[in-house]
Design a binder for this molecule. Sequence first.
Ligand code: ATP
Ligand code: MG
Length: 455
Amino acid sequence: MLSFIKKIFSSSVTSNAKPTVITASQHNISRSLISHNCLGVLDTLSNAHFEVYLVGGSVRDLLLGLEPKDFDVATNAKPEEIYRLFRNCRLIGKRFRLAHIYFRHDIIEVATFRKQGEKGDKQAKALNGMLKRDNVYGTLKDDVWRRDFTLNALYYDAKNNTIIDHTNGLRDLERGIIRVIGHPETRYREDPVRILRAIRFTAKLGMPLEEKTAKAIPKTHMLLADIAPARLLDESHKLFNSGNAVATFAALRHYNVLQHLYPLTEKALSHPTLHLDTDKFILLALQNTDARVAQNKPLNPAFLVSIFLWYPLKNALEEADNSGSNIGNHSTLTKLEHAAGKILRQAKQHLAFTQAITQTVMDIWVVQFQLKGRPQQHIYTLAEHPRFRAAYDFLCLRAEVDSSLEPIADWWTQWQEADDTTRESLIAALPKPTQHKKRRRPLKKKPAKKAPAQG
Ligand code: ATP
Ligand code: MG
């Protein structure tokens, strides 16, 4: 049995091989499983005598009995031809032109068949093997080989209810294996984001990466450093917000790739004393995130960012204290804001966080400080802070790692659930703030204990 599997596995599929056509009786996809809007797009293109297929994750997920996240359509119609067929169409992208067909709650993405740069086409690839150009139109047969994984290269023809499989994708799907199409190292060099996609699919589908697909990762993942932070941010949202964040995080660490998204977090996870707390804190937050997705609850994209960067922030605060830096005499809040700004600036070099995200992260952190202090006169104002809920959730997670925070988190839980009278008595029972004596003269700056750590 094993040798039979090996034989099939080693038999590489070539672009000249005939595709397998899977007929209606051999698969579980039917028109009724496809969204009304997507069927409209497929039918309009087909009635205009274009070749048109459902492709990518939608076919993969339908075959697996999962609900597709989106419906991707591939056709031999050129973008301008698609544009002429739909009043609700917009063409997007300069280098890789795509048609977006707009519906009230939905966008269907229609891509024209493309081919990989021809061998010897020096303009198509940069010196490091990265694909610069992916905009040469081709046929369905060409389009197959530019796709990333075999299970993402199945084409469903809604007219005949058949699936066209050029790469043995169905076999891999049945066996539960994620396999790069073509030579994995070359394909990762062409576009290193495929490494993150491999990790996303292995976590989402619970399927292992095929041996060569996995083995090429350590040889190529350093190229992720060349990917634009905006694209990495986009990918990182997909990695953590699709309901499999725990498995995704484990896979990112397993393949040593977290360093390209959150290098400060990776560093904190090897901190001599805090690594266990960091690990536990992140795991709890990821479990929370997955549970929210499972319950269809909204996710605040800044929340996990604030989690990932919390221990780096704590380390930065510790370093600032140890280094006796010139903000040593400032209030805790000023020190926190200073360290937070530094951490967020560093993190933005890898993931292009928007101003809205960094501001929310900063707010969540600053409100931590206030939630802990529980100033009697500001409890109501604090509870009305737009980030109160996120900051409270954050505090509860911290309390699960640091038991000294449990009474404080419990107090906030009780306070939120209480009626007005109980709220007042909860506030009245809070310890009175300690009166700080007025300083007569400013403290002299202490000489630095050791050279401040730069960078
Ligand atoms: P999901 O939508 O569930 O996240 P997907 O596989 O559909 O997964 P998309 O980003 O929607 O992912 O891409 C649609 C299809 O386009 C993929 O299935 C794959 O065939 C192809 N594709 C996307 N990104 C790449 C890439 N970087 N390299 C090669 N092919 C890609
Ligand atoms: Mg998709």
